[in-house]
Write a protein that binds this ligand. Structure first.
Ligand code: CA
Length: 713
């Protein structure tokens, strides 16, 4: 049986072709000698055997015209094949599929080429990244996928490189360094490729960097242009008049930390307007009064910026959160669409950034058309449609000596997990969440290299003496799949999940929405009603977004399973305990398939609690502060292990002072992603951390976000 394509989808494609022929600016077919072209990506609906770009097409709609799998038959969906990535870390990849081959990234930026019909590995490319750069990763050593253009695959690495690989053989073609390695830059995002230029951003704004995107020639790796998102030190001279202009929106010495504004995930391209859109991240440090003490909106933080893809020339911007101070990035997924607004068809760009408001902008001009909150927010009452600015609530801006428990917090009302826009239902499906945070100013803030620089007292969220705060914040945590009507800016339906940090979304012309969950399931919902139609136990939590493709008349649905990312590492204790480490997998489904995952070995480790090495509260308290500064982001709040990295509470290294010092200071496990901290910690401080971790192992603190889940479906 062959799939039925949406007629409307074909119409859009034809229109795009006609319009593409109208002017030079839309000549996206050059320069490619063989293989995937820009025209192929634009006409994604004509290539249902493929998934050619991160968001499926340049509009990044993640809506497939495939309709073989429907609400009526999805109950027959079964496992066709799985591929074991052999990792315990988070898997955030969106696969790319072309010519029967699937390209995915696993931990440490290893690229795998798999037979899309069987999952057989065809080649594997290991860029041999510097694993000690894990210390500069805010949010796990993750990667969101590769790009394809011509006959090459392109991938960014955690140590700041952009690499081109021969798609047929896995041989490296070129490798360029895109960052200054003396600063804590990293790359986790997928490249986008427009008119033969590979465009890549970077991350690191938590630790202190200056954001930018760079375009490289796909054939040679030669740099074509770079666009900075924040101005540099005026004394060094501004690169462009634009940088000088926007420097008037900054005060103080923002360049010491770098200012932030990293473009670590979302981008989109409109071939008719010839505009390339980037989503810009938060400030560095977070706290605006510590970053820009005399005020200022701090362009282009938390903005959507439209550029010319040939030159990197600025065209327009819209700042979602002026004077950003809460880690409210605008790096979240952006989707281009034609919407009927007030009786007129408008070309729009849509985003649901961390700050909790759903924005619709005119794609040509950046004009704000509408904005409404898609989850409860308590930091602003609404967006003023005259000024385009949020109307903030008193107390939200770090200006009280009491913490403000804010919704959303830095995890966002929506994070990087991709949305989907169905051309059939007209709905945007959002992996939404309610995840609060207690913000409070740190009047003694000073920039410190190598650690998180928030300008606030991070510990208010984790004080052992203040479990009430932890419990209050925890009790407010929620996660849901939200079906949002963008024209009327209102919720149509929602599916509540067990907590936040669920997977990205795919919608299809089969009337289905696919999403994985933190509690280790992959499910299909009716796109119109939200009714659950199918569910599969995946043995580990899912954060990545699914894709679909058709080969030999069969529709496949693929998702990467692998629990991880900032929420998981930082909060610890949230690894669904029915699942296990080292089960990160690529899972592919089709109708009538009956594959089974290897059963999990469910033997639970019996933890022997180490003997306390001191009961001196001053030592344990110093250890708590140092742990929170250097360790907690990866090893978990209160030394709760997420299961992704070793559980320090019960590690044999924790009980052995010599081993502890050789790892923590000496870097004995640097190749495993645990760098030495001798530049930051003394022997005595390292020992105080050990005392604190052991005290936690002896505590009876048992709060976790997720209850144990069943190990079978
Ligand atoms: Ca951030």
């Amino acid at each position: 049986m062959f799939s039925i394509w949406s007629k409307r989808g074909l119409g859009v494609v034809l229109l795009a072709f006609l319009m593409a022929g109208c002017g030079q600016k839309s000549d996206v077919t050059q320069p490619v000698e063989t293989g995937v072209t820009g025209a192929d990506i634009i006409a994604a609906d004509e290539h249902p055997d493929a998934w050619l770009s991160h968001g499926r097409n340049y509009a990044e709609d993640r809506f497939s015209p495939l309709a073989q799998v429907t609400s009526d038959n999805v109950s027959d969906l079964g496992l066709a094949w799985s591929f074991d990535l052999g990792t315990s870390r988070g898997i955030e990849v969106t696969p790319i599929v072309h010519d029967g081959v699937m390209y995915v990234t696993g931990t440490w930026n290893v690229v795998h080429a798999l037979d899309a019909r069987t999952g057989e590995e065809l080649w594997r490319y290991d860029p041999e990244v510097d694993r000690s750069r894990a210390a500069y990763m805010c949010c796990d050593v993750v990667n969101r996928g590769v790009a394809i253009w011509g006959d090459k695959i392109f991938t960014g690495t955690i140590d700041g490189r952009l690499i081109a690989i021969d798609a047929a053989t896995g041989e490296e073609v070129w490798d360029v360094l895109t960052v200054d390695l003396s600063r804590p830059y990293s790359i986790t995002g997928a490249p986008r490729i427009v008119k033969g230029k590979v465009i890549i951003g970077n991350g690191g704004a938590e630790l202190g960097v200056r954001g930018y995107v760079t375009a490289y020639d796909a054939q040679t790796g030669e740099q074509a242009w770079r666009f900075y998102t924040v101005p540099g030190n005026p004394e060094d001279g501004f690169e462009t008049s634009l940088m000088e202009e926007i420097s008037s929106t900054w005060t103080g010495q923002w360049w010491v930390e770098g200012g932030g504004g990293t473009v670590w995930d979302s981008m989109a391209y409109d071939p008719d307007l010839d505009l390339f859109y980037i989503g810009v991240g938060n400030g560095s440090p977070w706290n605006h009064r510590r970053r820009s003490p005399e005020g200022g909106d701090n362009l282009f933080l938390s903005s959507i910026v439209a550029l010319r893809p040939d030159t990197g020339e600025y065209v327009w911007h819209y700042q979602t959160t002026p004077a950003e101070t809460w880690d409210y990035t605008a790096t979240q997924h952006m989707i281009l669409a034609d919407l009927d607004i007030a009786g007129e068809t408008r070309r729009v760009i849509m985003q649901a950034p961390k700050n909790g408001f759903f924005y619709i902008l005119d794609a040509a001009t950046g004009e704000l058309l509408s904005a409404e909150n898609f989850v409860p927010v308590n930091w602003a009452t609404h967006i003023d449609m005259e000024t385009g600015r949020p109307v903030e609530v008193d107390g939200a801006r770090w200006n009280s000596d009491q913490p403000f428990i804010q919704l959303p917090g830095p995890l966002g009302a929506h994070n990087w997990h991709p949305m989907s826009y169905s051309h059939d239902t007209g709905l945007v499906y959002i992996p939404a969440q309610e995840a609060p945070w207690a913000y409070i100013d740190d009047p003694d803030y000073a920039y410190q290299a190598g650690v998180w620089n928030t300008g606030g007292d991070f510990f208010i969220n984790a004080l052992p003496s203040d479990a009430a705060m932890f419990k209050a914040v925890k009790s407010m945590m929620k996660g849901r799949l939200l079906a949002w009507d963008p024209v009327n800016q209102k919720q149509v339906w929602a599916v509540e999940h067990g907590g936040p940090w669920n997977g990205g979304v795919l919608s299809t012309a089969g009337g289905l929405v696919f999403q994985g969950t933190a509690d280790a399931h992959f499910a299909a919902y009716d796109a119109a009603t939200g009714d659950e139609k199918w569910k599969f136990f995946t043995q580990t939590g899912i954060v990545a977004a699914p894709i679909t493709y058709e080969l030999d008349g069969e529709q496949y649905v693929t998702v990467a399973a692998g629990w991880g990312g900032s929420f998981v590492l930082g909060y610890g204790g949230v690894f669904p305990t029915g699942s296990q480490a080292k089960v990160g997998k690529i899972l592919t489904f089709k109708l009538e398939a009956e594959g089974k995952l290897q059963p999990l070995e469910v033997a639970r480790a019996v933890n022997s609690v180490p003997k306390p090495i001191t009961d001196d509260p001053a030592v344990i308290s110093a250890g708590f502060i140092a742990y929170g500064t250097y360790c907690g982001i990866c090893h978990g709040d209160h030394a709760y292990s997420s299961g992704l990295v070793p559980n320090l509470r019960y590690s044999s290294i924790t009980t052995d002072e010599t081993a502890w010092q050789s790892v923590v200071l000496g870097g004995a496990l640097a190749n495993a992603g645990m760098p030495g901290f001798s530049d930051y910690l003394s022997r005595q401080e390292a020992e105080s951390i050990r005392a604190y971790v052991i005290s936690e192992a002896n505590s009876d603190r048992t709060e976790t976000f997720y209850e144990e889940v069943s190990v079978t479906d």
